[in-house]
Design a protein around this ligand. Structure first.
Ligand code: WTA
Length: 657
């Protein structure tokens, strides 16, 4: 059905490329009045208390709304709830029981999509919860989930939440070794995986990686979804087919009564060290922030179809492919495969086919499609779209404008959401009914949250002056509570810079205008965003160093037109090894094997000598400048200044000399 395209935005009469919601959008939006910011600011704790009551079904009210024991904090203390109950059960007693909860689009065009209504989801979740119980999983136990984008991933997460088990989802494109490290740290007892999935038309054998991941861990049982039906290695007694266990499972499973501060999930993410941190989120606060940000940021109503393209293995997938939309009773779409398969218009074809209304993706994807050309977008009727979202890395003006004009037809607001695995849900973005929508500017902090941009010595910055983005207490309810098993790391990483009441984000930013809109400039630490995926240079270095030819290495992030940043490895070889293209390739392969293809270095630069200080420290600053064609700065303090000249030649440095 062709829809009449509605103009959801208007251009500012005085400023080019500044947009505001149109009257139609304001009329429709859940929030359309500027005054929410001031109202929330008066008393953020009371504000969140009000939102928590309104949005979430509690089994028992809390006694204290917010409690601080800096740098630790708690929300809705004493409150009892179950997030799975909020995402599923509460919809099956209303007309929504027969509404689509999840629409799944497989990659192969000749396969049928699957649609699960809320009632279907309820049944599958209850059954799988009983499967987990049958394997001895109890409240507080950790369950690993290593699944592709198929509905079983949400079913498994919700089933864990239902019985109070803690899920730890690992991105299906991470390697078996990455999976193992995470399963060891989380001390998972059960792993849920699949035989495989399709990627660019080819079956990927996921079970092979899952087997590597389960080895040497405390995992007693591996549950395998039969997605492909291809032969897999089988460990008798440990491995079980999902469908066989489900056949025998009981339909009824009461949701566990959870404390607001009970753990909901652990999600591993990269910090500045080589070891990923287990970010710990708790039930109550996470539920509240996931519910309200989904509702307000994307202005979701009953007739909407929400498509967030993020993989479930990342925080965006957790919050906006699972808990957020489901708690709101909104239909969401998930797609199994590659964005450009079988052709560069696959995503646009999906939007047209299902009449997606709200679409949320990452700048990398936008830049990739922009590069491919407008014709693939123009081939499809995208008039159903109302709101476009972006997340994961700073978006450049060109990409923003292309997204706005070509995908959105100049009609839809772009909601540029800043947040982190640690924050659980979005925190800085313009709201659709309020605006403004300005290229490269995320917007204002979500009502009821307090941010500042500080200089190195902790002073507030002025408009346009760069500084460090921080959040001030009271912290948003969905924030991480700690680093799993490492509270010291939590203290030092997030509260070690400006003290225990100021959460340090590791992002640079500046205040853009009088309204207090914020522009995010990107990470100020050694964390890279490679095609929106979060990785640390230290992790990639550890992987490179495991190649037997490598004596020493340094990895830095190099700017990239499409992926934002890519890792480049500078490698000094051990005596007896000779540089060759084949060796460079082997080193790249090593990284894929150890971390996964997302971490594969774009370039391996073989050198005799890495630039070092007199005390022997590798000067990564110089390597970074070299890859970005920026001024190299002072090299007089180097032990081996001549190394810089060689490096310039090797990488074809085009910056100032
Ligand atoms: C970056 C992703 C600019 C930022 C949800 C942050 C962004 C890191 C934006 C967290 C945005 C996320 N504009 N930068 N709209 N959103 N970032 O944990 O550097 O994978 O610290 O969470 O992504 O990445 P993570």
């Amino acid at each position: 059905m062709k829809m009449k395209p509605v103009k959801w935005v208007v251009e500012d009469p005085k400023k080019k490329n500044v947009f505001w919601p149109s009257e139609e959008l304001k009329k429709r939006a859940w929030v359309n009045d500027e005054s929410v910011y001031a109202e929330a600011e008066k008393d953020p704790v009371a504000w969140w208390g009000k939102l928590a009551k309104e949005g979430i079904t509690w089994f028992k009210d809390w006694t204290v709304t917010y409690k601080e024991n800096p740098p630790f904090y708690q929300w809705f203390v004493g409150g009892k709830l179950n997030i799975c109950y909020n995402a599923v059960d509460r919809h099956i007693t209303s007309w929504k029981r027969n509404k689509a909860a999840i629409i799944w689009e497989p990659e192969p065009l000749n396969e049928q999509p699957r649609v699960l209504t809320f009632q279907d989801l309820y049944r599958e979740v209850c059954k799988f919860a009983n499967v987990l119980k049958g394997l001895g999983i109890k409240k507080g136990d950790r369950v690993g989930i290593y699944l592709p984008m198929i509905p079983e991933v949400q079913i498994a997460m919700l089933a864990c939440a239902r019985i109070g088990a803690v899920h730890s989802v690992v991105f299906s494109a991470f390697s078996g070794q990455s999976l193992r490290d995470r399963m060891i740290d989380a001390e998972a007892k059960v792993l849920v995986t699949a035989d495989g999935y399709y990627r660019r038309g080819k079956p990927v054998n996921l079970k092979e990686n899952a087997d590597i991941g389960a080895e040497g861990t405390k995992i007693k049982d591996v549950i395998v979804v039969k997605r492909l039906g291809t032969p897999v290695n089988w460990v008798e007694g440990r491995d079980h087919w999902w469908h066989e266990l489900m056949e025998k499972a009981d339909l009824n499973c009461e949701p566990e009564v959870m404390d607001s501060e009970d753990m909901l999930f652990i999600l591993y993410t990269s910090g500045t060290t080589g070891k990923p941190k287990g970010i710990e989120h708790h039930v109550g606060g996470y539920a509240v922030q996931a519910y309200w940000t989904t509702k307000w940021d994307f202005d979701l109503h009953d007739e909407d179809l929400f498509w967030c393209t993020a993989d479930i293995g990342w925080i965006t997938g957790h919050t906006y492919n699972c808990y957020g939309p489901l708690m709101n009773g909104v239909t969401s779409l998930i797609y199994e495969g590659a964005p450009d398969f079988p052709g560069p218009d696959r995503w646009w074809q999906i939007i047209e086919k299902y009449a997606v209304t709200v679409f949320y993706t990452a700048p990398t994807a936008i830049r990739m499609f922009m590069r491919l050309g407008d014709e693939y977008v123009k081939k499809h009727d995208l008039s159903s779209l109302r709101i476009l979202g972006t997340v994961g890395e700073p978006i450049n003006e060109d990409a923003w404008l292309w997204y706005f004009n070509t995908v959105g037809g100049g009609r839809c607001p772009i909601i540029d959401t800043w947040w982190q695995t640690e924050t659980g849900a979005t925190l800085i973005n313009s709201l659709p009914g309020i605006g403004p929508f300005i290229p490269t500017v995320a917007g204002r902090p979500f009502p009821g949250t307090r941010f500042a941009i500080l200089t190195e010595d902790g002073k507030p910055t002025n408009i346009g002056e760069g500084g460090f983005l921080v959040q001030k207490s009271p912290f948003a309810p969905g924030m991480l509570r700690t680093v799993y098993g490492d509270p010291e790391k939590f203290k030092q990483q997030y509260f070690g810079v400006y003290g225990e009441r100021i959460y340090y984000t590791s992002d640079g930013a500046y205040i853009f205008d009088q309204l207090g809109n914020i522009r995010i400039t990107g990470r100020v630490d050694d964390v890279m965003k490679v095609a929106g995926h979060r990785l640390s240079t230290a992790e990639v270095e550890n992987a490179v160093a495991q190649h037997p030819a490598v004596a020493e290495c340094a990895v830095v992030a190099m700017p990239h037109d499409i992926k934002g940043e890519v890792p480049v490895a500078f490698v000094a070889l051990k005596a007896g090894f000779k540089g060759s293209l084949q060796l460079e390739d082997e080193i790249k392969k090593k990284v894929t094997e150890i971390i996964g293809p997302t971490a594969r270095p774009e370039k391996v630069v073989l050198v005799d000598d890495l630039p070092k200080t007199r005390s022997g420290k590798i000067m990564r600053r110089i390597l970074k400048a070299l890859t970005a064609n920026q001024p190299i700065g002072d090299i007089s303090t180097l032990m081996n200044p001549e190394s810089v000249q060689t490096l310039k030649e090797r990488i074809g440095y085009k910056g100032p000399t």
